[in-house]
Design a protein around this ligand. Sequence first.
Ligand SMILES: Cc1ncc(COP(=O)(O)O)c(C=O)c1O
Length: 484
Amino acid sequence: MFNNFRPREGETVYLQVHDFLKQMIRTAALQPHDKLPSTREMVGRLGVSRNTIIAAYNQLELEGLIYSIQGKGSFVQEAAGPSVAAWEMNWNSRINDYAGVAEEMDPLKHGVRPERGMIAFSSIAPDEKLFDLNNFKRAFLDRVSIEGEVVLNYGYAQGYQPLIDYLRGYMESKGTDMFGKDILITNGFTEGLDLLLSSFRKRSGRILCENPTHHSALRLFRMHGFEVRGVAMEPDGLDLEQLEAALAEQAYDLAYLIPSYHNPTGIVMSPDKRVEALRLFGRYGVPVVEDGFSEELRYSGAHVAPLIATGGAGNGVAYIGSFSKILFPGIRVGWLAADRELIDALESVKRARSIHTSTLDQSLLYQYLHNGYFDKYLKKARQVYKSRYEAAVHACREHIPFVRLSGDGGLHLFVELDPAVDTEILLDQCYEQGVVFTPGETFYTDGGGRHTMRLGFSRLTEEQIERGISVIGRTIRTWEPANE
Ligand SMILES: Cc1ncc(COP(=O)(O)O)c(C=O)c1O
């Protein structure tokens, strides 16, 4: 029975013995509760060392294929249950529309991906070279020594209390009246929006937003089955006439707005428009979800208060903040500041869906903020991004024959070209020359924007910015006549 074991050269022998015996158990050559020869006996049968047999038996036991009884030997384990014939599933046919839309609108699967060495204006992620790793490590050690093992246990769905308290104060420092409002910690902005959309009763099934708008928000609206109505942007924010007409024409479940350093246009909505827009939303009873993702990245001009602050004691605005652009996106911490009853409901949704955001990440972030490192980091990051921003504006003015250039701060600029220029085609041509950017169409609610593009400059040096934008400009100038 054991005679046909033939060890192969160059392969670990005990694993070969293990595989050989496992195969005998699988094919029922060895039956449940059969006694295996003793290790000493097996040495003679297989012609290998006793240690090899012991190691193979140990491995089989670890896998639950055999068991041993002291003084009696090793025995074959009863199979866990009857085995079934393998079958093939068509998983694609089981995927619903929710996942289908996520796949269809996944920019990393369908967009152009830069190759190594290319100048990529497609990213608006922070430049990790600016991250102060030493202070991050200090914050980690400080927090872990204060909290001990408890940071590794389950935490609370609403979030880590010291961080909640910190963010409450932070929102107040932005001018927000937090009376009757509360904070929920989320896995970045994206989870905050997803929680809200999952919890909203669909009355009209319609969402109103700026056109263009943040691609990830558009994708979530569509995944959740909302119809999206976009309102055009002017250089100082929403076109209020269009907004009023849209509000008068139809009902909306909510409005989603990015009033500061809007993605993709980079526009900051003027204080007057903020007041007027809120007046309109109030009149039509439409709640506003405000995305404040990079409002700290101001390089010039006066600070403009967020909508939630402009709304005073009212509770019509739910603010979603994020540390992804102003600090580290990898820790995936964001927050929702909104009416207490809404936060209370969302806390339960969060508990049901993901239990809570990593306590380790939250507590470490809290310590980093508490130690005063955030202000120092922000000061340094603003300086570097401001120079890159100025280099990008200068290079666009120098090289790109744009119709409109926008971007009042933040990490990107938005360029509108002559409508004859198709930025998808332009991208292909620039790709050949080692430069990529994001064609604007992906941000539009209505399939428009084929002549627009977003230029993210956060991870590029000033030299790369100048070189890359000059390539784009040169390509537009030579490409236009060819398409006339
Ligand atoms: C408009 C907008 N909001 C929020 C975010 C940040 O999302 P998260 O916090 O999920 O990383 C981004 C990131 O690019 C963004 O463009």
